[in-house]
Design a protein around this ligand. Structure first.
Ligand code: GMT
Length: 375
């Protein structure tokens, strides 16, 4: 198939998932055309079946807000027609579903029928999409999609609760390349971060409010009172300054490393002992799954779709949102008990195998076939 993929090219989970999906489809022989405003972060190697089309957004002094959606739709039209795409798969509803709808209408005038599939990822539904300003367009464009997928049962339910959706939403879980994330011994790296054999706790996110990164720091501060430990904070975002302040207030700066956005996440995960994800909401928690693939147990909140991947006692533990004491107690118990730690590490790894990339890609392929047959 000739597939157009539209996503955010940045470090967010939806862009990561879309890029990994495109790469896997290309490996299986499909022609994959990425249409984004910037080279997607994980699209970092040449592949004979992958094409990249950058969306250029010409500006003009009149434009306080350059019309990105128009530029994106026009680029989609150009790629659909000139690259003879069979279908479009857009990730994150805003604005990708409405731009796909627009492109579909335009190519119809050229005698082309190109269906589009919308994958809902999380905040496009639970946070941004719900906003009154966006809701009518989001509802319309989801309903106009030729197929809709959500990355967890929870997100599917949240979508039906928040929007008058008249169509079926299929759940296709996120996946992980278990080989890429399989744990490797990296003694020099580990030694550099934890020179005295300290335990390493890890958090990866975009440091937005929904991630509750201050809870990560508070949990770590409690753990550190009982166990020599280091905290690695991967990513960056708006809450970073206040998180740094909190580290200073708690007097734990020397044990907390802000390592910024990292491409070699598999290395960071390979040296970690515990992954912390206390989010207010998480449709799925892709970073937690990647941690599990690297045998890193997860201490998380029980929000959103997290209970669908983090199984208490098997892959890690869960607490209510904001229960810093509960999460700290679970982390301390796990880190102090080497037998339990090994057992949960194994359980986390086994869970990651259930979300193996090879199990999930055929589900998308089957959906594409189904959509194309209906045309
Ligand atoms: O987590 C974020 O804020 C980024 C966001 C995105 O769209 O890039 O992530 C969402 O999609 C990921 C991939 O499907 C999910 O693993 C994340 O759980 C989800 N984030 C939220 O629901 C907050």
């Amino acid at each position: 198939m000739r597939i157009g993929i539209v996503c955010y090219p940045t470090y967010g989970g939806s862009g990561v998932l879309a890029t990994e999906l495109g790469k896997a489809l290309a490996d299986k022989g499909h022609m994959v055309h990425f249409i984004t405003y910037q080279q997607p972060v994980r699209l970092n190697a040449f592949h004979a079946n992958i094409y990249y089309h950058e969306v250029q957004v010409p500006t003009y002094p009149l434009f306080d807000f350059p019309p990105y959606e128009s530029a994106l739709s026009s680029t989609m039209v150009d790629v659909i027609i000139n690259q003879k795409l069979d279908l479009l798969h857009v990730h994150y509803a805003i604005p990708h579903a409405s731009t796909a709808y627009m492109a579909k209408q335009i190519v119809k005038k050229h005698g082309r029928t190109v269906p589009f599939i919308t994958t809902l990822h999380g905040t496009d539904i639970t946070l941004v999409g719900k906003d009154k300003t966006y809701e009518p367009v989001v509802t319309f464009s989801i309903n106009e999609s030729d197929a809709i997928t959500a990355v967890s049962e929870n997100l599917r339910e949240e979508t039906y609760k928040s929007f008058p959706i008249e169509k079926d939403i299929s759940v296709i879980y996120n996946f992980v390349d278990t080989q890429r994330f399989s744990r490797r011994e990296l003694p020099h790296f580990r030694q550099a971060i934890a020179p005295n054999g300290e335990k390493i706790l890890l958090h990866v996110s975009n440091f937005r409010k929904v991630k509750r990164v201050p809870d990560v720091v508070k949990v770590f501060a409690r753990v550190r009172q009982e166990i020599p430990a280091k905290l690695l904070l991967v990513g960056d975002g708006p809450d970073r300054p206040s998180i740094e302040c909190l580290c200073r207030e708690l007097g734990i700066c020397e044990d907390v490393r802000f390592v910024g956005k990292q491409e070699q996440l598999e290395d960071v995960m390979s040296i970690s002992d515990l992954f912390l994800l206390p989010s207010e909401y998480e449709s799925f928690g892709l970073a937690a799954l990647e941690a599990m693939a690297a045998q890193v147990p997860v201490i998380s909140s029980n929000a959103g779709g997290l209970p669908e991947i983090n199984i208490p006692g098997q892959t890690g533990y869960m607490s209510n949102v904001g229960d810093v004491e509960g999460m700290a107690a679970q982390a301390i118990r796990l880190l102090k008990d080497e037998n339990l730690l090994q057992q949960v590490r194994k359980g986390a790894w086994e869970q990651a195998q259930r979300f193996h990339i090879d199990n999930i890609i055929p589900k998308y392929e089957a959906l594409y076939e189904e959509v194309l047959q209906k045309q």
